[in-house]
Each structure stands twice: as C-alpha cells, then as structure tokens.
Design a protein around this ligand. Structure first.
Ligand SMILES: Nc1nc2c(ncn2[C@@H]2O[C@H](COP(=O)(O)OP(=O)(O)OP(=O)(O)O)[C@@H](O)[C@H]2O)c(=O)[nH]1
Ligand SMILES: [Mg+2]
Length: 421
C-alpha cells in the first residue's frame, strides 16, 4: 500500500491525516516490528512518526491498551468507619413553613372607577413528612433542623400565592419517632409516611372579605406560623433473630458462617460496635434475617462495656440466639448474666423463643463442658464451631423451626411483626 502511494507520487495533502493514519495502521499490523523499523518505504521517518503518533507499534490489541482497573469489588468499611456512617438515633427539630400573607389591593383600570378589591390569598406553608425507605440503612443523612418551605404571598388581580412544597425526611425501616420519651409512631413498612408538622395556613387577601355590608374591605391577614416540634428518631434494626452474647463469644464469626454478612471478626472484645444483619437463605426461598449486635457484659445495664442501649436493635427480633463461648470456665453463668441484662433493658425480653448456641466446640476444653451446660439449662443447646463451620446446619434448621413457629403463632397477630426481607 505504501509502495503504491510512493509510485503515484501523490502529494501528502491529497490524503487527509485520518486516512493516512488508517493506512499506516493497517501496514503496521500486517508487518512484523523488525521489518517495520528497517522498512524501505519512501515515506519519511518523520512523517511516519507523525502519523503513527497515536498508534502503538507493539500492541494493537484492545485489552492491553485498556486502562487497568482495580477489582470492581466494593471495599468493606471498617467497623470504626462504619460507626461514623451508622447512626441509629437522631434528635431533630422540625419547623413547618409559614403561610404566605394575603394582600390588600383594589382593581385599577382606566375609566373603571370602582374596580373593587382584588387582593389574593397567600399560599399554605409546606408540611414536613417522615417517610420510610427500605434502601436507607441508617439515620446518618438526617440533619438536626428541618425548615419547611414558606407559602408565597398573594398578589393583586386575585393572584393566589403558591403553597410551600412538602419536605420529606427519609428514614430506614424500623424507625421509631418519639416525643418527650413517648413513642408517637413506629415506621416499619416501606413507604410509610408520618406527617410530623403541618404547614401554616395562608393569609386571606382583601377580596376574601368582600361582602354586601363591606364593598371595599381593607382587611388582609398574614399567614399563620408553621407547626414546630422536637422529635427523637430511633432506629431499631429489623431482623427475625438476634445473636446475643458476651464479647468474643463468636457472634460475628457465626453470622459469617451462616449468612452472607461480613462483620469484622477479631480476637479482642468489642470488635462489633454496630448491628449487622445477615440473611439466611433457605431452599424454598424463605429468608430469615439474623442480627449480630455488640457484646454484652455483666453490669451492662449500669453502662459497663458498651452499655445496653444497642439492645434496641434486638427489641424487634422474635427469636433470640444466645451465643456462649464454651472455652470459658462457666458458660452457663454467662447465660444467666445475659438473661439478667436483657430483662434489665425490657422485662420479659429474655423469655422470647430462643436457643443456646454452644460455640467454639472445636477447642478441647469446650467438649467437657457441653453436658454440664445441658444440665444447667432447659433450652435447646446446639453445639457448633463458627470457625470450622461444624454443625452450623443444625443451627440453620433449628432457626427455621423457630421462625416458622413464630409465623404460625404470634406472628399472625400482626403486632410487631418484622418485615419480610
Ligand atoms: N476456636 C474457635 N475460635 C472461634 C470460634 N468462633 C470465633 N472464634 C474466635 O473468637 C474470636 C472472637 O470472634 P468474634 O466473632 O469477633 O466474636 P464476637 O462475639 O463477635 O465479639 P464482639 O464483636 O467483640 O462482641 C475471634 O478470634 C474468632 O476467630 C470457634 O468456633 N472456634
Ligand atoms: Mg462481633
């Protein structure tokens, strides 16, 4: 091709650059690199360098030219970072928009002496609505103060002011709205709305006051102030089952073993600082949500350790899985302490349908204690090893039994029913 070009001695400018680049690229692909460098082509080296500027001589394959990207897998947030992102309670001040003021004006037109009143009403202030969204997982995006949009003032020529638009505060499923310590509403369904503050009514223009007695009213009223409220939003994680245990008992390891959740695991207490929810999948497509919460210690209700405030996250769990570390001296005492702390948070909380998970059964010291533990408790004890995954099937099956029992029993009453995931 290049030979042809040289033979006809066509001036370079006859070929647009783009065409020449294409021709040279074809040539480059066809010839081996060694030949290209010693090519006897009449095309000058400088020109060749120019037209092949954008062409890679060595590789013309798309894969090698492509930008090298890192793995597309989303990086997991560390527990410390997650603590910054995961906010489970917020105090908010809500101020609805005020109504726009009504206007006093009279129609004026040439040769129309008595036009009459034509002042329009003001628009209503915007209300503020709290709405649940299942795709939001924390209250982090909720800001401390919300101010609704004010209604616009009315105008002359009977123009009404525009209403202030409604402000929506999106919150996760399971948000409880409290005012002065009392629960106002429990938002547990996707798309559920709670009208928290009403916008003020728009004022009336003087046209509104026109009557047979008063043909030229001068009265126009200002809009009323929007409602104001201080509310406390509290998130209670929605899960069917909750893992309860002392720090280091292996709750997070267990959740990793039975579900797709990836909470951090480490050999020191209080690794988990935020609740994590994992979904256990069954063959019939049933899904059971299991929540891993921070560890509880003896005296947690006196604010020892991390306290028990995070127990709000298992308040909605209908099934409790007590995870005991079988390598400790007296796992059954741990169980008693756990029940006591739960009852301190909410009397009767420890009485929910439950099972005891005897974890770390791979350790030799654990095996001897299993029978003693069984003799101390009446509940079903499931020996497992979260580390090796041994006997987790029994746990998964028993969890399903507890879940089905809940669905047939009190679950059908509807009250406090956790969402299906
Ligand atoms: N040998 C053995 N070690 C385990 C087992 N399960 C968990 N561990 C270890 O116990 C340590 C604590 O495990 P975690 O899953 O972080 O415990 P946790 O209960 O979530 O702890 P906190 O988040 O602090 O409450 C880790 O070093 C785990 O590797 C088990 O079945 N066998
Ligand atoms: Mg943990």
């Amino acid at each position: 091709m290049l030979a042809t070009l040289s033979r006809v001695k066509s001036p370079r400018w006859l070929f647009p650059d783009i065409l020449l680049r294409h021709i040279l690229a074809q040539e480059v692909r066809r010839k081996p690199l060694s030949l290209l460098s010693h090519s006897s082509s009449p095309v000058s080296d400088a020109w060749r360098r120019k037209v092949s500027g954008g062409i890679r001589d060595v590789s013309t394959s798309g894969t090698l030219c492509a930008k090298v990207r890192g793995q597309s897998k989303k990086r997991e947030l560390s527990e410390k970072k997650l603590t910054r992102h995961f906010v489970d309670h917020r105090r908010v001040k809500l101020m609805a928009g005020s109504g726009g003021k009504g206007v006093c004006s009279f129609h004026s037109e040439p040769r129309k002496e008595w036009g009459g009143p034509d002042g329009g009403n003001g628009g209503d202030g915007g209300s503020i609505i709290i709405k649940t969204n299942r795709y939001i997982k924390s209250l982090a995006q909720v800001v401390p103060v919300y101010k609704g949009e004010n209604g616009q003032s009315g105008g002359s020529k009977n123009c009404y002011g525009r209403n202030g638009s409604t402000t929506y505060i999106e919150v996760p499923l399971g948000t409880v709205v409290k005012e002065q310590g009392k629960t106002v509403v429990d938002l547990s369904e996707h798309g559920q709305e709670y009208l928290a503050v009403y916008g003020g009514a728009g004022g009336k223009g003087n046209r509104f006051f026109l009557s047979n007695e008063n043909r030229a009213p001068m009265t126009a009223t200002p809009g009323t102030e929007g409602q104001e409220r201080s509310l406390h939003l509290e998130l209670r994680t929605m899960a069917h089952a909750g893992l309860v245990g002392f720090p280091n008992a292996g709750k997070s390891s267990l959740l990793r073993a039975i579900s797709n959740a990836r909470p951090a695991v480490a050999a020191y207490p209080f690794t988990t600082l935020n609740p994590h929810v994992g979904i256990v999948m069954y063959r019939d497509h049933e899904q059971v949500a299991v929540a891993d919460i921070p560890g509880i210690i003896q005296g947690a209700h006196l604010n020892r350790g991390l306290g028990i405030a995070f127990l709000r996250h298992i308040e909605r769990c209908r099934v409790l899985l007590f995870v005991l570390d079988m390598s400790t001296t007296e796992p059954w005492t741990q169980f008693k302490h756990l029940c006591y702390e739960l009852d301190q948070y909410e009397p009767g909380l420890s009485q929910r349908p439950q099972a005891i998970i005897a974890n770390k059964m791979d350790l030799p010291e654990a095996r001897d204690k299993l029978e003693t533990l069984k003799s101390h408790v009446t509940q079903k004890v499931i020996p497992v090893s979260a580390l090796t995954g041994r006997n987790t099937e029994e746990l998964i099956l028993h969890l399903r039994e507890l879940y089905d029992g809940y669905l047939q029993g009190e679950g059908n009453s509807g009250e406090g029913k956790p969402t299906r995931w």
